[in-house]
Design a protein around this ligand. Structure first.
Ligand code: TYD
Ligand code: MG
Length: 458
């Protein structure tokens, strides 16, 4: 017998449930995230979904558990394999998030093109028709009898097909279109997304089949119900980048089988995505010469140093309130750097608009990029050209001191490899700096922000 239908309000950010509507979620503090869902109350005694399909397991002593390496499938993209921590782990559930049109479906089909030679793949789409998939596959040159395509949105039907077909890899595009019939809420709602992911997770763990699930990002930049989903899945990868530009950055936000610091860089072309093995070169191409307001920084993305151009623009403010804008760099950190430059170096920005832009859609989170941002701002303010063979890295403290950073040698080596001949870096890093014999750029150790500015010749 069906239970009673009751109305419930669910936060689309964290999944918090409540009988009444809130403007601000009491759990995660987000505003305007509560949506109404109708739910059937399950009578006691009727097994819930979790209980029904629970695989039986027995406790074992830890000494009896073998630590042999988990089996991984290589995707054919070295960049993707690195972000995954060395390929797709058997039995894992990977969530691939990103804006619509960024290339999620494309990369899935390209993985099929490589892995389809060896493995049986089940590709389930709730978004596109079989014809559309075939057209795209033809364009990408994907053609294999091992690739099974299914257009379906009922998650239980999908789970059944996974069991009967028993493929080596499953792809679901996208989780927002999936539907679990027992729930009355519409596809894409937090409860549906969570329950469908749960069902796919159980199926994939039970049969030891890896599964890649696509998740769309909502307008605030989060996968619908991101916190609930991130808890469930083994790895969360985000595709970032400007749709207008050709390159895309793949970033791991969570990974149970590898580091979350790694990024993969791709370029979208007429024949799909291709890897960019030397991202620094790509990010620095087309750099303006002999102009003020630009400085190259070196940031570490996981184990890899990446050079990025930072542009700063300081102009007279047309309004009473000076404007500050920052793209690709933390806004508050930029304000802090402006304050340090004002207090410690005597540069006054209070009546000036200041803008920072990191070229290539890259996001710099590392404090080591502080120095290059500060120098780009000073360079624009004083119209001093930062020579094109200079890179700068170092954390800027509130007293204007330049603090040491990790991986200094890797950063200098990468800069030298790309033809930079002078490195402005923290003085305290010089002592332990061990560079390869053929790497001999000029090292300028600076103790504070004033030294760094004078190293520019200003
Ligand atoms: P798609 O993979 O459909 O995005 P998502 O699944 O993340 O929504 O990517 C579609 C975009 O990529 C679309 O704007 C066209 C572009 N594209 C190319 O530029 N070249 C190609 O070879 C393909 C297949 C797509
Ligand atoms: Mg798609």
């Amino acid at each position: 017998m069906a239970g009673k239908i009751k109305s419930l309000f669910v936060c689309s950010q964290c999944g918090h449930e409540s009988a009444k509507w809130y403007g601000k979620c009491p759990s995660c503090g987000e505003w305007n995230t509560f949506t109404e869902e109708l739910r059937e109350t399950v009578k006691p005694g009727i097994a819930s979904v979790q209980q029904r399909k629970k695989p039986s397991s027995v406790p074992v002593p830890i000494t009896q558990i073998t630590t042999e390496d988990e089996q991984r499938y290589y995707t054919g993209f070295k960049e993707l394999d690195r972000v995954l921590g060395g390929g797709i782990v058997k039995g894992s559930l990977v969530l691939l998030g990103g804006d619509p049109g960024i290339g999620k479906s494309t990369i899935l089909l390209q993985i099929c093109s490589h892995l389809g030679k060896l493995l049986k793949i089940l590709y389930i789409s709730g978004e596109e028709s079989k014809r559309q998939i075939k057209l795209r596959a033809e364009r990408l040159g994907v053609n294999s009898d091992n690739l099974l395509v299914m257009t379906e949105t009922d998650v239980e039907v999908i789970a059944d097909h996974i069991q009967t077909e028993n493929p080596d890899l499953v792809m679901v595009d996208s989780i927002q279109t999936m539907n679990y019939r027992e729930l009355s809420s519409s596809p894409g709602s937090v409860t549906q997304v969570r329950e469908c992911t749960n069902i796919l997770m159980r199926t994939s763990k039970m049969l030891d089949i890896p599964c890649i699930v696509v998740g769309h990002v909502n307008k605030d930049g989060a996968i619908a119900g991101p916190k609930v989903l991130e808890h469930i899945v083994d790895a969360v990868l985000y595709f970032e980048g400007d749709k207008q530009m050709s390159y895309r950055i793949l970033r791991a936000v969570k990974n149970r089988y590898g580091s979350t610091n790694e990024i993969g860089v791709f370029r979208m072309g007429d024949d799909g995505l291709s890897e960019v093995e030397n991202p620094s070169l790509m990010l620095l191409s087309g750099r303006p010469k002999n102009v003020s307001g630009t400085c190259v920084a070196c940031t570490m993305e996981g184990s890899r140093p990446i050079l990025a151009e930072i542009q700063g623009l300081v102009t007279n403010s047309g309004y009473g309130n000076a404007r500050r804008m920052s793209t690709g760099f933390d806004y508050n950190r930029m304000s802090m750097l402006l304050a340090v430059l004002e207090k410690r170096c005597g540069y006054f920005f209070s009546s000036l608009d200041a803008y920072i832009n990191v070229i290539g859609g890259l996001r710099l989170d590392e404090p080591a990029t502080d120095l290059a941002v500060a120098l780009a701002l000073v360079s624009s303010l004083k119209d001093i050209v930062v020579s094109e063979d200079v890179i700068a890295f170092g954390e800027v403290g509130l007293t204007g001191e330049i603090r040491s950073v990790n991986h200094a040698a890797l950063r200098v080596t990468e800069a030298a490899r790309l033809g930079f001949r002078r490195c402005i870096m923290p003085y305290h890093n010089i002592k332990g700096l061990k560079l390869p014999a053929d790497c001999k750029p000029e090292i300028i150790g600076v103790r504070n922000i004033r030294d760094a500015v004078s190293a520019l010749g200003g």
